[in-house]
Design a binder for this molecule. Sequence first.
Ligand code: FAD
Length: 475
Amino acid sequence: MYDVIIIGAGVIGCATARELSKYELKIKVLEKCSDVCEGTSKANSAIVHAGFDAKAGSLKAKLNVEGNRLMEGLAKELDFSFMRNGSLVLCFDENEREQLTKLLKNGISNGVEELKIIDKPELKTLEPNVSDKAIGALYAPSGGIVCPFNLTIALAENACINGVEFQFNSEVICIERLSSNGDGYYCLNTDNECFHAKLVVNAAGVYADRIHNMVSEHKMLLIPRKGEYCLLDKSVGGYVKSTLFQMPDKLGKGVLVTPTVHGNLLIGPTAEDIEDKEQITTTAPGLKKIAEKACKSAQALPLNKIITSFAGLRAHAEKDDFIIEEISDAPGFIDLAGIESPGLTSAPAIAKLAADLVLARIGAGQKFNFIPNRTGIKNFASLTRKEQKEMIKTNKAYANVVCRCELVTEGEILEAIHRPLGATTLDGIKRRTRAGSGRCQAGFCLPKTMEILARELKLDVKDITKSGGKSNIIL
Ligand SMILES: Cc1cc2nc3c(=O)[nH]c(=O)nc-3n(C[C@H](O)[C@H](O)[C@H](O)COP(=O)(O)OP(=O)(O)OC[C@H]3O[C@@H](n4cnc5c(N)ncnc54)[C@H](O)[C@@H]3O)c2cc1C
């Protein structure tokens, strides 16, 4: 019998697991994929939003601003990349000025600090490559960027060393409420196992409605809202320093142009409501739309430097706000649903709210031996010569560069495989070390990484997959 089972190992499930691991609780995370961060948390804009656009008084507004405040401390504790690069909402004509003022007022009432409207000369000084057509902007210095993989993996690793069990390749397909001696509990069934838990946290992303509907008569509907992106090469990563937004519309925050924490440039996303919760292909019209819209924000955008494209699905709830509550007709079953943007930003704050709901149900003392810190994999290429020599002395694998685009060594790949919740797939290696995420998109390092994975996991190279399941590379 677990005290708490969390369904889903995206940023929300992992943040909640980490927060709850501070208490004397027996916790398990069930994840249908083969690794953490395989859902929406892997494909988004990676912006730590300032919080000026969420409707005042909504959960999105409150948790966005709180999450933004918490992110910096969390990045220090858990050693993941985070930068406060500031964000700008561009205004292109006099008619938009009124909207800009509305956003400013909304941001102030949400508690966003240091927000201000800047004029064209100040905008040009901040961002020389911004479009000449922009006549001003709302400037939010507290806006930031983060690595969504590192954030999610860091939260999961830290939860794991603090006692949370993670079980992958385990899709929850049916849930029953049972009782023993008058105490209710839940039985969660996967294909071949059954787990019992006093409390359940539903952090299943776009599937949170299906999980909710397994236990409640009050049905929920989440609409997958697809967003497509293009990622540009590091040679143009410095094209803009801040995140450039356009005026938000009813489908979201619009197309942005932003640097990433790894030094690339990202443009996107589109916003299109679809039905299929697995449909994350990019489309020619979608990519064309992004290119056109992004070119409105930045001058002469170097679109010839695009190295890849991808798409993610927002879990859009009809009431357009996060749903964070115990289900009224399912005692002890807590929904963390409808977590679309700014969900990544809000994750640390959502986790605290989820922990409060759990602790209100099940009294648990704080763990005296909770380990708050975690150290990430050292990026060999960013070390000094002296430090690199020291690393090579400890392990010669650091002298073997596997991914030439991102300069990732075999030593880092070995660390990714052998740390808590280590990588077992090519995507797992990519997200932990960046091997394969550079200009050649793994064209060169793929076979080498496969060999290392096969050797270390004692598998046949044919069994190595891109991302688990049937995603084998060699057929
Ligand atoms: C296009 C786009 C842009 C965005 N940009 C930003 C941004 O810039 N800033 C920001 O703050 N937010 C942004 N977001 C929102 C943010 O990415 C999400 O809010 C966040 O990643 C949601 O995390 P999650 O853990 O709820 O979902 P997920 O990451 O999808 O995790 C849910 C997990 O549950 C698992 N699961 C599902 N069903 C089951 C089951 N039956 N059994 C077991 N496991 C199951 C899935 O496999 C998945 O791993 C964006 C989202 C999109 C799509």
